[in-house]
Design a protein around this ligand. Structure first.
Ligand code: FAD
Ligand code: SF4
Length: 329
């Protein structure tokens, strides 16, 4: 591991100034992703700036919704009664991720910023445009089982690994950010980027911008919401595909719906076409299938050493139909 310095500033503004002014500095929260990357040599910062005690550990009421401090541990968030009752999809997504011990350490700010699990990204002996821009993409023609079918580019086909982020995309959460020039708010669906020709940038955050909180809007239909994750092992594995759904149904008709997918793109994938197909449609299996087909019309499965990832299209279709059946029943 490359030697690094460590600082624990007294407040968030000092932390932001420190990181923004030093290209080799980075924030440290729970460390469950970053410390792994230090050990692997994937991340080689010169300075770690510890922010875990600089943002709120509270979940508070805000405009009919909830505001979640960036330091709230994933386990506390999943256990919060208001989250379980008003946003069950979020509690379910959190509990589908990692392990109890990891969720105790992992934070609300760090979870959406965890980096891809692409095996080549984590192996510093292989070319990877995300880790080393311009070096190439080893996954193209390699192992693609966990890679993208939507929104990928010739430069990177990685997927985003967070379960929590898929629920937050469906819930239309907002991210509050502190930068050197002050605060701003970013719709959660615009936080993450598609790879394009700059896959080294996972998000729209500038270097030194600190997530201070994530806000959940008042969304009554979220009481009727679900997360389902399909994976190679029953626990302790990342999603092959996942689906988050919230819906409002009356008189056997889908009045309104929010859908997001995980495991299929460089970012949590908000399924707008599927939503449009379903709004006003009868709450039937045929409508659910039509929604999946509309969203996946542009899916581009990849060949690969392990048979590729074309299986994700039928798998995601079936998973979406199953979740809609439960939520819209
Ligand atoms: C064995 C294992 C299994 C896992 N399984 C799953 C799984 O199934 N599903 C899943 O979703 N996750 C899984 N995870 C990932 C885990 O959820 C993340 O590692 C964790 O959520 C990251 O949060 P953290 O606070 O530890 O972030 P850190 O590791 O401290 O930081 C992660 C990144 O975010 C940045 N950062 C942290 N906080 C902020 C902030 N407030 N503002 C700006 N930047 C910030 C850091 O600089 C770093 O780049 C797994 C992890 C492990 C080790
Ligand atoms: S898919 Fe992306 S992360 Fe994986 S090797 Fe290619 S460039 Fe790197």
């Amino acid at each position: 591991m490359k030697p690094f310095a460590y600082e624990a500033p007294a407040d968030a503004r000092t932390a932001v100034r420190t990181v923004a002014g030093n290209p080799a500095a980075t924030f440290l929260a729970g460390g469950t992703n970053l410390v792994d990357h230090l050990k692997l040599g994937v991340a080689q910062p010169g300075l770690l700036v510890d922010v875990r005690s600089l943002t709120s550990k509270e979940i508070t009421e805000r405009d009919g919704g909830l505001s979640i401090g960036a330091a709230v541990p994933n386990s506390d968030l999943a256990a919060d009664r208001r989250v379980r009752e008003r946003y069950p999809v979020l509690a379910q997504a959190l509990l589908a991720g990692a392990s109890g011990q990891l969720r105790n350490m992992a934070t609300t700010g760090g979870n959406p910023l965890q980096r891809t699990r692409c095996v080549y990204f984590q192996d510093v002996t292989t070319p990877c445009n995300k880790r080393e821009p311009g070096s190439g993409c080893s996954a193209l023609g390699g192992y693609t089982r966990y890679h993208a079918i939507l929104g990928a580019s010739e430069h990177c086909i990685a997927t985003h690994p967070s379960d929590m982020a898929v629920a937050l995309a469906a819930l239309e959460a907002e991210v509050r950010v502190l930068g050197p020039d002050g605060e701003r708010t970013i719709p959660f669906t615009q936080l993450h980027r598609l790879p394009g020709d700059a896959p080294e940038r996972d998000t729209v955050l500038a270097h030194g911008e600190l997530i201070t909180a994530i806000d959940l809007p008042a969304l009554p239909m979220a009481q009727r919401s679900r997360y389902r994750k399909v994976r190679d092992r029953a626990s302790y594995a990342f999603a092959l595909v996942s689906v988050a759904v919230a819906a409002e149904v009356a008189d056997a008709t889908v009045r309104d719906v929010r859908i997001a997918f995980g495991g299929v793109a460089h970012k949590p994938w908000r399924a707008h076409r599927a939503e449009e197909t379903l709004r006003g449609a009868p709450s039937t299996e045929d409508s659910f299938r039509a929604a999946a087909e509309a969203e996946l019309a542009d899916a581009r499965p990849l060949d690969g050493l392990d048979g590729g990832n074309g299986f994700k299209i039928p798998l995601l279709t079936r998973t979406l139909i199953a979740v809609l059946r439960e939520v819209c029943a």
